[in-house]
Design a protein around this ligand. Structure first.
Ligand SMILES: Nc1ncnc2c1ncn2[C@@H]1O[C@H](COP(=O)(O)OP(=O)(O)OP(=O)(O)O)[C@@H](O)[C@H]1O
Ligand SMILES: [Mg+2]
Length: 396
């Protein structure tokens, strides 16, 4: 398993320049507006690169101009002391949104991307589309010239022959400005590291606010097939549950239900070809259908199915899993997350103190990161300099 050791983000919303150390389990917390969701969204953008959709994903967020850091390029010392108002100055450097990660696993790769604005041409109506300016794949926790494996500058791509240490070979075909080299260049013999990295990123899994309203897909019986990965809308909950029973850790599944709802039992019924989830609860004469469960109960069952997946991903990212759960359920959720962190690297964005308390301590290699936002810029609070990973930003 290759573990990400650092996540780097520049000029994305309030994240002007941020390098986060990552552990096997990373807890990201902070006050409202400190930048937690932006960290989550930056990770999703990175994942979109490997799917070939980063430019489109940026457009969905309102375009590069709106996602870019809206503060000044630099803060003067007087601005930081509050003696001078924060003012924009003449922009000197190019617009550059950067995302990247490094790995300190023996066979771990790092990747970084630099997205900017095009040099205006009059021939195309897509003049304002963001462009991928640079990309790099390397071996190790941060980029070094000696560990570079694949490098893109504008449309030009070059690949190190025979991996690290070999000479460079240019790729004749130009890479279009809107496409990542990871999806555009798929020559397994020439760049096996890049393809394996792409597949690794495609396996990253994100869960963000399961629906639990009256029309939520998880409340309706659904056609089911073997489902090793719960969909992010939760529609395949019953099939995923049954799959864990048959090929996953059935004992852990039952224990997770007991931990949160003592005395309750979850059953999967087949209605024709449709799978329906029911829950027997203490004191009730008949089981309740998924349609009758409370929001919090349904959400919790969704988390159980997501976290006890029989096919754990390399990286699992959870955004505010505490949403609409009763605080009494948070210690059990914490235990479930700690268990998932034994099989996957897990990043949790949360502002629930009880969840944090439950996750503090038991798991080794836990990074607890607190964000704060002085002068509109997200920073890590109370972290000693030597815990901030080294990072080399891409230069144009
Ligand atoms: N382009 C931008 N430049 C600078 N700051 C921005 C930009 N876009 C948004 N912000 C600020 O970034 C901050 C971080 O927002 P984010 O949603 O990540 O916070 P959060 O920690 O998730 O908060 P909450 O706990 O309320 O969900 C917001 O206060 C917002 O004002
Ligand atoms: Mg948020």
């Amino acid at each position: 398993m290759s573990v990400l050791s650092a996540l780097a983000i520049a000029n994305y919303r309030s994240l002007r320049r941020l390098v986060l150390p990552l552990g096997q389990l990373t807890l990201v917390t902070g006050a409202n507006g400190s930048g937690k969701s932006s960290v989550y969204r930056a990770l999703r953008l990175l994942a979109a690169v490997a799917q070939g959709g980063v430019v489109r994903a940026l457009a969905r967020e309102g375009g590069l101009a709106s996602t870019l850091w809206a503060g000044p390029e630099q803060f003067s010392a007087a601005m930081r002391r509050g003696e001078q108002p924060v003012q924009g100055t003449q922009r000197n450097g190019p617009v550059s949104l950067q995302l990247g990660f490094g790995s300190d696993a023996a066979d771990g790769y790092g990747y970084a991307i630099d997205i900017g604005l095009p040099i205006p041409r009059s021939t195309s109506v897509f003049n304002h589309d963001p462009e991928i300016k640079r990309e790099a794949v390397w071996n190790g926790p941060f980029m070094r010239p000696a560990s570079l494996l694949v490098e893109r500058r504008g449309a030009a791509l070059r690949i190190r022959r025979d991996g690290q240490g070999g000479g460079w070979e240019g790729v004749a075909r130009p890479i279009p400005a809107f496409a990542s080299m990871m999806t555009e260049y798929a020559e397994p013999r020439a760049a096996p590291e890049m393809l394996s990295l792409r597949e690794q990123i495609r396996g990253w899994r994100f869960y963000d606010h399961f629906r639990s309203d009256a029309d939520a897909p998880a409340r309706v019986p659904q056609l089911g097939t073997t489902t090793t990965v719960l969909g992010d809308d939760g529609s395949d909950l019953a099939a995923a549950w049954q799959t864990i029973r048959e090929i996953g850790d059935r004992a852990a599944l039952d224990a997770a239900v007991q931990d949160a709802f003592p005395g309750a039992q979850v059953e999967i019924d087949l209605q024709g070809e449709r799978f329906a989830l029911r829950m027997r609860q203490h004191g009730l004469l008949r089981p309740l259908d998924a349609a009758e469960l409370s929001d919090g109960t349904l959400r919790y069952l969704l988390w159980i199915a997501a976290l006890l997946t029989p096919r754990p991903p390399a990286l699992l990212v959870l955004n505010e899993p505490e949403t609409s759960l009763h605080p009494d359920l948070l210690p059990a959720l914490g235990r479930l997350i700690a268990q998932a962190a034994r099989a996957s690297q897990v990043i949790v964005v949360t502002h629930a103190p009880r969840l944090l308390a439950a996750l503090d301590g038991p798991a080794p290699d836990t990074q607890r990161l607190e964000l704060h936002k002085p002068l509109g810029e997200t920073q890590l609070a109370g972290l000693e300099m030597d815990r901030i990973p080294r990072w080399e930003w891409l230069a144009r």
